[in-house]
Design a binder for this molecule. Structure first.
Ligand SMILES: Nc1nc2c(c(=O)[nH]1)N[C@H]1C(S)=C(S)[C@@H](COP(=O)(O)OP(=O)(O)OC[C@H]3O[C@@H](n4cnc5c(=O)[nH]c(N)nc54)[C@H](O)[C@@H]3O)O[C@H]1N2
Ligand SMILES: Nc1nc2c(c(=O)[nH]1)N[C@H]1C(S)=C(S)[C@@H](COP(=O)(O)OP(=O)(O)OC[C@H]3O[C@@H](n4cnc5c(=O)[nH]c(N)nc54)[C@H](O)[C@@H]3O)O[C@H]1N2
Ligand code: SF4
Ligand SMILES: [Mo]
Length: 767
């Protein structure tokens, strides 16, 4: 049975379960009873949980939510070898709150379709096999490819949902063992533009501020982020701030009137992909209204355009053409709204920007990131409580697990890059491998990796904890590539869209069936303990990687073999960098509710605000800042032009499609799609403005087909004026209503992150 059929089966079950409730009815039902553990836009939805019979708990253990990059602390109740209850951890940053996904953490372990045994494809069918058979086959195929076609013929495609120990080990095995930089993963689809933004502006990755900044900010600039659905507990903290300080001003920039935008004091519903113009116009207004911080310009900033050095005077000339009046036409909002956004941003005591995929998933994603950082740097809205640019990390461990460990094709640990001989040599020495072992050639970034599989250049790929056959853009093309390669997929569930294409499926242990470290948006490293045994023959991803290393002959290199050993190795490596968290010992992780790096010694409490002398242990001097990631201590303001859309609308494709998420479901729904509690919530809809629907003769609830230059998918029309005319929206949650058949795999030239947030489409009634 395939993923799509599985979805159909659940839908049937679900109808019975939810007594036919619509989503709105379900939300209302959940909202009617008060509760404290569960918040979000559906405040009080804990009733859903509390109404279920809860088995008495033997022991509570502290842990972290499995889902988003908010990284809520939770208490996990265990009895008789099973997780029987969860509740928000009152002593963690979320103060006991959880959103609906957090509340459902218990249930994810005990749904149908857990992958229980290794499977090997024989005569075209996936058949049960032993671990020994599966690992023997994998080792043979990888070894043959490496010996015949060289190390670059194999690859690892991982995930921001793996534990740090797992991503670190995979990275070390492939880069320092096998000798290829073909180590990629879904963070490329997610946080690459933010990482490229931070590195090119500050010289180092990861946000500067922390969640406490929310409690001190007077203005929130939420752009390209639907926090109310995607980071609900953090969003609730913003609403707390607004409740306690009613003057707090919330600006939301989003082409849709999302649950987040409904709370905004100012909502700019810009046309997708026009953020660069908007930010340039805000800079224009800062200059005009006299909000530029001259001390910043004199002492801490430098200016650049492409490879050329620029000056502040050049910036003024550059933005002169981005008048609010002109940009109003580009963005489809009013000039007054733009001026007000700039005024509120710059004049508030402390402004905090928060952003996610609305900026990152654009072909100008890096430019948009650089500019939102520039808004803060030019106005001096930085480094004070509440004043900071702050990208929200999507997955529970895209930051610590993948960005910090350098488990991407161009990267090495702690900000090093494979093209730098110095960086390679440092890592070769730290890893104890001969000079020259780490390849100087960057590996394939995500889209290029699947293209290389299509060409036959990459012969074998280990996919771990991600479902690319659903989540990649222009996905049919990349599915063909996956069919061609020898594909090994480690997943906790089967079937998924990707396990169905696999030659070998490895059953993986899930959250709390294995131990490891996650890191959330504010650079907090925290531990998820192993509390129960995995079902069937499932194993942790770390164990799979260690065994693969042994079988390929790299057992001596991968000498750290359990979560604690790997962590101890990794934290000590960090001491040789400016991403120093060597003070976060395993014992501290076990005791404390996470720690924020930098944390260079065992008695250091962790750092809230980076680059600020007196707060950041690595910052020196007495100035306002020490931007120690940059050689001259000056950070970079980048000059960027707004570009034309890469997939323009025409008469044949007159509408723009944008894609995203809903509160209750997680990504490709391999987990949340199997939860009984969510069976009434089908993300099968296409949001379309009533005006467009009328022109096309489409009615509410009718089946429609979305066609792009690449492919098509079916949806159910949902008419709503929360979306702009000319724009339609679908989620990528459903394998059956697979929007990624239509999305575009064009990517940002710097970050290589694909442009999921806009492509041209035609909508038809389904005939
Ligand atoms: N419930 C839930 N929460 C999640 C996840 C999930 O699957 N489900 N996934 C997690 C992950 S990995 C991630 S990356 C985050 C994503 O979190 P978000 O980025 O908040 O979520 P999205 O829905 O992908 O996109 C956010 C918004 O961007 C807007 N947008 C589209 N185009 C543009 C544009 O050109 N400019 C601007 N300014 N906005 C635009 C969309 O209308 C959408 O409302 O969520 C995390 N949290
Ligand atoms: N159209 C469109 N597409 C998008 C996006 C978008 O906004 N629009 N967003 C992109 C973004 S930001 C992201 S992050 C990606 C997410 O895309 P994916 O990573 O492909 O989505 P997930 O459903 O999170 O896949 C995780 C897989 O790991 C499995 N799993 C869970 N826990 C474990 C474990 O511990 N070990 C192992 N081995 N397996 C496990 C799950 O069953 C699931 O199959 O999607 C991208 N795709
Ligand atoms: S906000 Fe994110 S981390 Fe917190 S409970 Fe919800 S899904 Fe989990
Ligand atoms: Mo993501």
């Amino acid at each position: 049975m395939g993923g799509v059929e599985a979805e159909e089966r659940y839908e049937v079950n679900h109808q019975q379960y939810q007594h036919g409730l619509t989503r709105r009815e379900l939300l209302r039902w959940m909202a009617t009873s008060a509760g404290v553990v569960c918040v979000g836009p559906l405040s009080g939805c804990s009733s859903l949980w509390e109404r279920q019979p809860v088995i008495p708990v033997e022991a509570w253990h502290k842990g972290v939510c499995r889902f988003c990059g908010t990284g809520c602390g939770i208490q996990i109740g265990v009895r008789g070898g099973r997780v029987v209850d969860v509740k928000g951890d009152e002593y963690a940053h979320n103060k006991g709150r959880l959103c609906i996904k957090g509340v459902l953490n218990r249930d994810i372990l005990y749904t149908q379709d857990r992958a229980l045994h290794p499977l090997i494809r024989r005569d075209g069918e996936l058949q049960q096999a032993t671990w020994d058979e599966a690992m023997t086959l994998i080792a043979r195929r990888f070894r043959e490819a490496i010996d015949r076609f060289g190390p670059h013929s194999v690859a690892f495609y991982g995930s921001g949902q793996l534990f740090t120990q797992e991503s670190y080990t995979a990275n070390k095995l492939f880069k320092a063992g096998i000798g290829t930089n073909n180590v990629e993963g879904n963070p490329r689809l997610c946080m690459a533009s933010a990482a490229a933004g931070y590195v090119s502006v500050f010289g180092m990755d990861e946000p500067l501020g922390c969640y406490e900044d929310i409690d001190a900010a007077d203005c929130f600039f939420v752009t390209g982020s639907n926090m109310a659905e995607c980071h609900p507990v953090l969003w609730e903290r913003i609403l707390d701030r607004k409740r306690s300080q009613p003057g707090t001003f919330i600006i939301v920039v989003d082409p849709r009137r999302t649950m987040t935008a409904r709370h905004a004091d100012l909502h700019l519903d810009i046309l997708p992909g026009t953020d660069v113009a908007l930010f340039n116009a805000m800079i224009y207004e800062f200059i005009l209204q006299g909000f530029v911080d001259t001390d910043m310009v004199e002492h801490y900033l430098t200016f650049r355009e492409g490879t050329r050095t620029r000056t502040y005077a050049d910036l003024r000339r550059h933005v002169a053409q981005y008048t609010p009046e002109r940009v109003a036409d580009i963005c489809g909002v009013s000039a007054r709204q733009i001026s007000e956004a700039a005024f509120r941003f710059a004049s508030s005591k402390a402004t905090m920007s928060l952003w996610t995929m609305g900026l990152n998933q654009q072909s100008q994603g890096t430019a948009a990131n650089r500019l939102v950082m520039a808004l803060h740097l030019l106005t001096g809205q930085i480094g004070q409580p509440g004043a900071t640019p702050f990208s929200l990390t999507g997955q529970p461990n895209a930051g610590g697990g993948v960005r910090d460990t350098g488990a991407l094709a161009h990267a090495l640990p702690n900000g090093r890059i494979v093209t730098s001989p110095k960086d390679r040599h440092e890592m070769e020495d730290l890893w104890g491998v001969p000079r020259g072992r780490i390849s100087a050639k960057p590996g394939y970034h995500a889209v290029a990796l699947f293209e290389a599989m299509e060409r036959g250049d990459v012969k074998c790929c280990l996919v771990m904890c991600t479902n690319p056959a659903q989540s990649l853009p222009n996905v049919e093309r990349h599915r063909r590539a996956m069919r061609k390669a020898f594909l090994v997929v480690a997943d906790a569930f089967h079937p998924t869209e990707t396990t169905q294409l696999a030659d070998v499926v490895l059953p993986a242990a899930l959250w709390t069936e294995k131990e490891g470290v996650f890191s959330q948006s504010e650079r907090r490293y925290h531990l998820v303990p192993k509390l129960v045994d995995p079902p069937g023959e499932a194993r942790s991803d770390l164990k799979i990687l260690v065994e693969m290393a042994d079988r390929l002959g790299y057992g001596a290199l991968i000498s750290a073999r359990n979560p604690r050993e790997v962590w101890e190795e990794w934290r000590q490596i960090s001491a040789h960098s400016k991403y120093d968290f060597s003070g976060i010992t395993y014992v501290r992780l076990q005791k404390e509710r996470g720690l924020l790096w930098p944390c260079p010694s065992e008695d250091h409490p962790g750092t809230c605000r980076r680059y600020v002398p007196g707060e950041d242990p690595l910052a020196r001097g007495k100035g306002r800042f020490d931007f120690y990631g940059r050689p001259n201590g000056r950070v970079v303001i980048w000059l960027h032009e707004q570009e034309q859309p890469k997939d323009p609308t025409t008469d044949a494709f007159p509408l723009v499609l944008t894609t995203g998420r809903v509160l209750e479901h997680w990504h490709t729904m391999t987990i949340t799609g199997r939860l009984e509690a969510l069976t009434g919530i089908h993300p099968n809809f296409l949001e379309i403005h009533p005006q467009d629907a009328a022109l096309l003769g489409i009615k509410e609830g009718e089946e429609v087909v979305v066609r792009s230059r690449r492919g098509q998918a079916d949806f159910i029309a949902r008419l709503t004026d929360t979306i702009r005319p000319g724009l339609v929206f679908a989620t990528f949650h459903s394998a059956r209503h697979l929007v990624n058949r239509a999305t575009n795999d064009v990517y940002d030239p710097f970050s290589k992150q694909p442009e999921y947030k806009l492509c041209a489409v035609l909508i038809d009634r389904k005939r």
